[in-house]
Design a protein around this ligand. Structure first.
Ligand SMILES: NC(=O)c1ccc[n+]([C@@H]2O[C@H](COP(=O)([O-])OP(=O)(O)OC[C@H]3O[C@@H](n4cnc5c(N)ncnc54)[C@H](O)[C@@H]3O)[C@@H](O)[C@H]2O)c1
Length: 371
């Protein structure tokens, strides 16, 4: 199967490559041979991925490196913790590490964010390579250089911007991905469709009608998604402006996650519903967008979502206390048209109420109404 390579240049001195395709991990040894000493590699890997795909990863590491230190991370969001970070650092420093020893992060966004921060903070930075294994990690978390941990007071509050040397998005890993993880990652792909590439809607709709499994078309969709994210990140590496467009649907989505209670609604499910709300809001400001584009995917998300918040006032309250609210103004990412996002400073919270009513109705929610 063909694969594609994308060269991402983050800044003049700081370039990295992104390779996408079936079995693309096989070019990993030759990539390493031009850069690192053969002595040792550190592999930080999600425990479940270790069980399912450890041999594949081991084979490509052994082809070049004489030694490897394997560190498994328990699956799940709780691993993005200071405790996990410390235990990885203890093992790495205890085993011996040099400034040039590379760290390979294998897994979804959880192990990638954690391993990325370990690489950023060990000896003030050792080389990092991402080998993402979920759709979400391929199209989103491994790209852009954000690494991080959660704190008791909130998600992703500890971390650093730290770019990898390369990303190898091998679709062979997706063979074992559960349907709910496909759906989570798909929400981010649909976000790219909405903000940059509306043609992606039809492509993904075609694929989502059948069984969700990797193939050449998904490899193309993943490449296109990565290209969109890298273009936006390249224009705004440190999140000063355009990078905010990547938050389309997320301000609404975060409110849903918060009100539902973290963990009861997946991030992808919340973002999907959030994009419907943001599209409704855009349409009601007179922009020519209609959420019909999301309709083919609605049954998939409805079937998967266990419970949706019902209290619109609580959702609005959650949006008002979002850390991005300044001077009682909410910075919403909306659409002037498909593929054309902009930032709307929202002070009219009654419009939010309507957007929520419409969105929750799509999910057949019995809304709590206040007199
Ligand atoms: N750094 C960023 O820019 C960024 C962007 C978006 C999200 N994130 C973070 O990403 C995290 C979510 O990532 P995620 O959705 O990949 O979750 P995850 O890493 O928890 O993976 C989801 C589940 O899939 C399993 N899994 C991974 N690969 C598999 C495979 N190939 N086959 C079968 N099972 C597999 C994992 O064990 C886990 O149970 C969140 O912590 C979020 O904050 C970071």
């Amino acid at each position: 199967m063909a694969h594609s390579s994308i060269e991402v240049s983050i800044s003049f001195e700081d370039q990295y490559e992104v390779h996408v395709g079936q079995d693309i991990r096989r070019i990993f040894p030759s990539f390493c041979s031009n850069r690192y000493s053969r002595e040792k590699i550190i592999v930080v890997i999600d425990e479940k991925v270790h069980r399912l795909h450890g041999e594949k990863v081991q084979a490509v590491c052994d082809e070049y490196f004489q030694d490897s230190l394997w560190l498994s991370v328990p699956e799940g969001e709780r691993s993005k913790s200071l405790g996990q970070w410390q235990s990885l650092i203890d093992r790495i420093l205890g085993d011996g590490v040099e400034r040039g020893t590379p760290l390979l992060a294998v897994g979804g966004g959880v192990s990638g964010d954690l391993a990325g921060f370990v690489a950023a903070s060990t000896l003030r930075g050792i080389p990092l390579i991402h080998m993402p294994t979920t759709l979400l990690a391929m199209v989103d978390s491994s790209i852009g250089g954000k690494t991080g941990l959660n704190h008791d007071t909130g998600k992703n509050l500890i971390g650093a911007f730290y770019q990898p040397d390369a990303v190898f998005a091998d679709t062979a890993f997706l063979q074992t991905l559960e349907q709910k993880e496909w759906i989570t990652g798909m929400a981010e792909v649909l976000k790219y469709a909405a903000i940059r590439s509306p043609e992606l809607f039809d492509q993904v709709a075609g694929l989502s009608r059948g069984a969700l499994e990797p193939g050449e078309e998904w490899a193309q969709i993943i490449s296109e998604s990565i290209r969109i994210k890298t273009d936006i990140v390249e224009e705004d590496t440190l999140e000063a402006g355009k990078r905010a467009f990547l938050n389309f649907g997320h301000t609404f989505g975060h409110a849903l996650e918060k009100v539902a209670g973290y963990g009861s609604l997946s991030h992808g499910e919340a973002v999907f519903a959030g994009m419907i709300a943001a599209t409704y809001f855009s349409q009601h400001l007179g922009h020519p967008v209609d959420d019909i584009r999301f309709a083919p995917f609605l049954p998939l998300y409805k079937q998967q979502i266990q419970s949706m918040p019902t209290d619109i006032e609580a959702l609005i309250e959650a949006m008002k206390t979002d850390k991005k609210v300044k001077d009682n103004t909410l910075q919403l990412v909306l659409l002037k048209d498909w593929g054309s996002p902009y930032i709307h400073p929202c002070t009219d919270f009654s419009m939010l109420r309507e957007a929520w009513q419409y969105t929750l109705a799509q999910f057949n929610v019995n809304i709590i109404r206040y007199k």
